[in-house]
Ligand binder design. Sequence first.
Ligand code: NAD
Length: 506
Amino acid sequence: MSNVEDVRQKHLKLAEKLFQKEYGLFIDGAWEQSSSGETIDMINPSTGDCLAKIQSANAADAKRAVEAAAKAFPAWSRTSRSQRQEIIYEMGRRLKARAEDYAMMDTLDNGKPFMEAMNFDIPMAVEQFEMFSGAPWFLHGQTIEAPNGLGIVLREPLGVCVQIIPWNVPLIMMASKIAPALAAGNTVVLKPAEAVCLSVIEFFKEMADLLPAGVLNLVTGYGPNVGEALVAHPLTRKVAFTGSRPTAQKLIQYASTNVIPQTMELGGKSANIVCNDADLDAAAEGAAMSTVLNKGEVCLAGSRVFVHEDVMDEFLGKFQDLLGRASSGDPTEHTTVLGPQASRMQYEKILNYIDIGKTEGATVAYGGGKREVDGLPDGLFIKPTIFTDVRNEMRIAQEEIFGPVTTVIGWRDEADVIRMANESIYGLGGGLWTRDLPRAHRMARALETGTVWVNRYYNFIGGMPIGGYKGSGFGREFASEALNHYSQTKSVIINLEEGPIGVFGQ
Ligand code: NAD
């Protein structure tokens, strides 16, 4: 057998072990086919083979799912706090217990390197369940005392929450959505991305016995076929979305039908600022990591690197050297750092942006284009790419590429770099590299963005809120703050005085 056939057989065997041939929708505690009668092939981006088929849901399926969630809501909202805690904690435990299987599912479906899924996706998803399992105990109202009355602020769940997630980190997205929603006593209809969602469907199979029918429902398929039916349904009480701005704009319109609350976690074009006193080894490592982690398909990627002119050459040398060590290859292998892009659509989009950069007059300082990988001739691989001679107003510096492509821009003046960093419709993440403490604080405050990592990119600390400024959206997740988005308060005022007020002189 050729090397190509060996690798292909390895992937096919793994798929056979981990996936069913076809999956259903999970509605009201049962697996069922879509009323559309249509399915979607889930493609392995390493080999081009079909991994499994998912249902292509339509509006009728969406309606049934929302109605099942509405029916389950009254009983679920009254479950005891310890019961909800036990269930949510058990979800995390089950995810952890089969960590390798779930990591490999995402590797096959999304193309992310197995070791990255093991070290990043799985622990972060588990953490969401662990953190929010404790939340039911701390979700409570308050009392406010007045001379003549007692104010009681009750905290209550919202009802049916529709949650729509993307394909880049499916398990993290699923966990960060369903854990706080369930903890607060809501019921859920989750709509994962049609491009990558097999790990999420498999996890629903694993969770099915934990919850009463209808508490968690899963609708798969193309967003436009179900979006309006899910979000504008009169029984839907909230929509939580992670994905692109154009989709968010549609969802906000659907949400306006019944004026329901929304949380929107959208894209980014985050600035990563290297000062002239920075630890350049660490800064270059941060930039390289941001370029290659999940093949650059990360909303928080620091894809606009601003480097002080005094250290530009040294920084670029180190950055290029590190990218040279990022081996592309079979993502199921433990040594692979860079896998294939998640879908052909994304692959074409990134290659198109590389062409746009060249046309705009930027210089490809490293990479730029497709990469051939031994054994995987049909893999959707792209070389990690650095653009220099970039102006901040170029499309490659302003638009989210969502691939392993980073633009580098020089700067001299602190006020100038802050201005450039903030000249973006987005404001999701960001990095800052300096040993000067007052400067770090000053610049971090000046950046219009939801997260700033000082001296280590992607330095996630569990419980810290993640969310956008400006066009990167609104609402915060991954932190206790998320619970406010899944509950509402009711003010009950008990009068402590007897009899009428005497307004009418009686
Ligand atoms: P996308 O907007 O195309 O799709 C996201 C989800 O929305 C998918 O499930 C899709 O089926 C669904 N969808 C599409 N049209 C719909 C409609 N009309 N109604 C209802 N649902 C619809 O985004 P994508 O390409 O899957 O994801 C990439 C984007 O997600 C990037 O912009 C990225 O930055 C962003 N993202 C943000 C975060 C964050 O935390 N802020 C995290 C991950 C990804």
